[in-house]
Design a protein around this ligand. Structure first.
Ligand code: GRF
Length: 207
């Protein structure tokens, strides 16, 4: 049986696209199906990307709602769909224990930095401002903290010679789009991921 994925986005949706493509005709095809894309921002570009790919895309606006009311609405939308894994892909809301505990160990996120070094938004700006010559992309489980959950995979991004923030983001996203489907593949094919498989994904490099 394929794992049923819900993908949560807030914007462009390029990671969502990479995961949907991997489900439809890639490394996740035998393992997973993208059942729904949920977005908290009306008009986000990713909504159209999902629909073009044939995945139902639903807006649950977060603006003007309490965290609890928003998350109750998310849960009510997901509950009838029998979702196995909630995949955060550029979802810019911090989830509270109300939602996190509804899918224990089953919410995954991608963070464009080493979570030990930097947590929260604007990680590529952080890499740029600190003139890093290398940064890391991290896929991790979501727990009650911000970017503090168990690391499932990491991949390095070579930033040497990157001239500006756009170049850093371009190189980073290229790695993100390969790492996220690969970590999901390992997670779904091997049951619980071991430290060894998590480390194996570190070999995914830009160059
Ligand atoms: C990515 O850099 C992701 O790591 C971060 O937000 C960005 C989302 O980009 N959490 P996209 O919407 O997947 O294109």
């Amino acid at each position: 049986m394929k794992a049923r994925l819900a993908i949560l986005i807030s914007g462009r949706g390029s990671n969502m696209r990479a995961i949907v493509e991997a489900c439809q005709e890639g490394i996740l095809t035998p393992l997973a199906e993208a059942v729904i894309v949920l977005c908290n921002k009306p008009g986000a570009a990713g909504l159209e990307v999902a629909r073009q790919a044939g995945v139902p895309a639903v807006v649950v606006p977060s603006k003007g709602k309490s965290r609890e009311a928003f998350e109750q609405q998310l849960l009510a939308t997901l509950q009838p769909l029998r979702i196995d894994l909630v995949v955060l892909a550029g979802f810019m809301r911090v989830l509270t224990p109300l939602f996190v505990h509804a899918y224990p160990q089953r919410i995954i996120n991608i963070h464009p930095a080493d979570t030990r070094a930097y947590q929260g938004a604007h990680a590529y700006t952080w890499a740029h401002e600190n003139k890093l010559t290398t940064t890391w992309i991290t896929v991790h489980r979501v727990d009650d903290g911000v970017d503090t959950g168990e690391v499932l995979g990491r991949a390095e991004v070579d930033l040497r010679g990157a001239v500006d923030l756009e170049e850093i983001q371009r190189r980073g996203l290229e790695v993100e789009h390969r790492l996220y489907p690969e970590v999901l593949r390992q997670l779904l094919s091997g049951g619980r991921m071991t430290r060894a498989t998590a480390l194996a994904t570190e070999s995914l490099r830009t160059r």
